[in-house]
Design a protein around this ligand. Sequence first.
Ligand SMILES: Nc1ncnc2c1ncn2[C@@H]1O[C@H](COP(=O)(O)OP(=O)(O)OP(=O)(O)O)[C@@H](O)[C@H]1O
Ligand SMILES: [Mg+2]
Length: 318
Amino acid sequence: MVRAAGLEPVLLSMMDSALVVDGLRKRYGDTMAVDGVSFEVAAGEIFGIIGANGSGKTTTVECVQALRQADAGSVRVFGIDPQTDRASLRSVVGSQLQESELPNRLRVWEALDLFASISPTSADWRELLADWGLAEKKDAAFASLSGGQRQRLLVALALVNSPRLVFLDEMTTGLDPAARRVAWDLIDQIRLGGTTVVLVTHFMDEAERLCDRIAVFRQGRIIAAGSPQGLVDAHAGDATVHFSTDEADLSWLANSQGVERIDRAGSRVTVHGSGPLLAHTAATLVAHGIAPLDLRTERKTLEDAFLALTARQGGTTA
Ligand SMILES: Nc1ncnc2c1ncn2[C@@H]1O[C@H](COP(=O)(O)OP(=O)(O)OP(=O)(O)O)[C@@H](O)[C@H]1O
Ligand SMILES: [Mg+2]
């Protein structure tokens, strides 16, 4: 899918839009929860929304689905205006909300059957039961499920109407590590089936692994957007290369391509710089007769980019 940051506008304009959000605003009393948010999600894309607690992610996805009334802005879901045509919206959208509850005594299969019965385009809920590891809990009441099992049921319910666009708000919160991996594979499969996914998450590894593009929220605004790699390249900071040597004079290394700074603590050396720093540093060292066994680079991640972005803006809380 759309991964190269530079290609995005061209590719996006060639693809159908699943979702177009323009100038969305929502205020709760004195709190400006969403402060002019605009973004577009291409059909077939997995679009991530990340941001600190209280940065307006849930309010945005709820306003987009007309579950909350926005103060301003326009939203189109496959051309549908959610405010004026809720029936059409419901037939194309699936939703796992951050804090959903079901009646305590409702059994797992009853919930799936109920949701399927009110949807004109329902998937086979028995398959969803197996996919999401709930087959053994088929007859269990909602109140008796563990946190992770509830979460899995809520995701399965979001998919029961075979949606063209699904909103997943903290889909894997509460899931054990193995269940998270299963959930990731299932999301991949859902996308392969043509469903567009909007994924709100606090897990940077999840966003990096699943999303084609990501919007970073802070205090109700999008402060950065792009592919995971694009965000890492633009915001995660310098590359670093580490190695050990007893060589006293490394002044020649400063002239190696991409090197900006060299820190030294005894035999341990850290090279800061940009570009393919590991390759250039290795070549320069070898050319000077040094071949350190522990030469390694630190891969920058989306978490580095997220922390740098939110720190630069003055903290991580809204
Ligand atoms: N029903 C409400 N009434 C008043 N204020 C609200 C309400 N819902 C949310 N807010 C406020 O709006 C802001 C945005 O909240 P929102 O739930 O959209 O954040 P979020 O990014 O989803 O956070 P989290 O990561 O914790 O889920 C917060 O300051 C929150 O306190
Ligand atoms: Mg939220």
